[in-house]
Design a protein around this ligand. Structure first.
Ligand code: GH3
Ligand code: MG
Ligand code: MG
Length: 393
């Protein structure tokens, strides 16, 4: 059995052409990530590389070898750069292009070498250029999108195939007397290397889709400014945690927090300073919560705090700490003025047998908040406990 190299070249060229076209279409739709743009350019690099390698039947061999390999090297480098940017671990661009220049110059210097030696060194050069990409995924991308792992593994297979091609070319020079001659060993290593690289391309598209889907999911459930869960997610979580409290026999505390005279902050220091104080407030509160607590932005400068398995004294202690910490916070306006803020809170603690619905809990906390505002702000008010409610304290 033998694998015909010209047929393989044609098949790979068509494959990369399809990948390039698919990427082009995907990027016109929802996937606008710049990394995917780099991968697209890399795929076009492969198309051109294979076209030039195959064109040795009409072009002078040195032109075909030099341009073909230059474009293939470029394709690999663009893939690596795309991967590094995807996981936000970019190397300096100059380093990549220096490596590309070195690889192309070396190809030029190897033109007079026997074909098997040139093939061996070129294959090892491809593997070396690919290595930072494989390293990047395994070192920095393993915890990122799950589909990126498939990209890492496929690139790893491509790298191994390239090293084997190098070794095979050294070991079986008779199979490398003419690049377009059919041979099983060189056909297999060639196919395996460049097919895996193509597979990595489809994996990269999937990883980009996965990232876009996760971002959309987060957008639907979180507030873009503070990173808190949004109102509808807070409502759902409150209902869910109340139910769990009932099952587990533990109280759930819920507090509505509202920044005092926030309109004045906007008016005096500008809307951007208002945004900055919302951010500062949210991170101050979040820094004091347990992993199971939830801080949701209910709208504007109003936040809902769910504290599962927390009784009234515990909730009051935490809210008092928050109130003091917020009053001590200092925020800088754009023009360098420093200002502070205060927060009022209304607390309700639903005992496990209170039978309170999420809506009732919310209404009670809101009423208590109103009382806190009415009583002068910068304070915490508790919702009175009705007789059929037992509050663990
Ligand atoms: P109170 O002490 O009674 O709560 O008074 P307040 O001024 O805080 O309350 P009011 O409801 O009168 O004003 C809330 C202000 O919050 C009005 C609105 O412009 C501002 N606001 C709502 N959302 C945002 C936001 O995302 N960013 C900024 N900067 N301001 C916001
Ligand atoms: Mg307010
Ligand atoms: Mg308000």
């Amino acid at each position: 059995m033998s694998l015909d190299i010209p047929t393989l070249l044609l098949a790979l060229l068509s494959g990369y052409l399809m990948l390039g076209l698919q990427l082009l279409v995907a990027r016109r739709g929802a996937l606008r990530q710049p990394e995917l743009g780099l991968w697209t350019w890399g795929s076009w690099g492969f198309v051109l590389g294979f076209a030039f390698l195959g064109a040795r039947v009409v072009l002078p061999v040195w032109v075909s070898v030099l341009l073909g390999n230059a474009f293939l090297f470029g394709g690999i480098l663009l893939y690596v750069i795309a991967l590094q940017r995807f996981v936000r671990q970019p190397w300096p661009a100059a380093l990549h292009w220096l490596a590309w220049l070195a690889a192309v110059s070396w190809t030029g210097m190897m033109l007079e070498m026997p074909l098997h030696e040139r093939t061996a060194w070129l294959s090892l050069a491809y593997a070396a250029l690919l290595f930072p990409g494989v390293y990047t995924v395994f070192r920095h991308g393993w915890q990122a999108e799950a589909s990126l792992r498939a990209v890492g593994v496929t690139l790893g297979i491509a790298m191994i195939a390239l090293v084997m091609r190098g070794w095979h070319a050294f070991a079986s020079p008779d199979q490398y007397t003419d690049l377009l001659r059919s041979s099983l060993g060189q056909g297999l290593t060639f196919l395996c290397a460049f097919l895996s690289l193509m597979g990595a391309g489809f994996g990269f598209v999937l990883a980009s889709f996965e990232r876009a889907a996760i971002a959309m999911e987060r957008l639907a459930s979180h507030d873009g400014l503070t990173g808190c869960v949004n109102r509808s997610s807070t409502d759902d979580l409150l209902a869910h945690l109340l139910e769990r409290g009932r099952r587990e026999g533990s109280p759930v505390a819920f507090a509505m927090l509202d920044l005092d005279h926030f309109k004045q902050i906007n008016d005096q220091y500008g809307h951007q300073s208002g945004d900055a104080s919302l951010l500062a407030f949210a991170s101050e509160v979040r820094g004091r919560l347990r992993a199971s607590d939830v801080l949701g932005r209910m709208g504007g400068e109003e936040f809902g705090l769910i504290l599962p398995a927390t009784d009234e004294p515990g909730a009051l202690r935490l809210l008092e700490q928050i109130r003091e910490a917020v009053a001590a916070l200092k925020v800088q306006s754009r023009d360098g003025r420093s200002f502070g803020m205060t927060v009022s809170a209304g607390l309700v603690v639903a005992a496990s047998d209170s039978g309170l619905s999420a809506d009732r809990v919310y209404a009670k906390a809101d009423k208590a908040l109103y009382q806190a505002k009415h009583a002068g702000r910068n304070r915490i008010e508790r919702s009175p406990v009705s007789p059929n409610q037992v509050v663990d304290s």
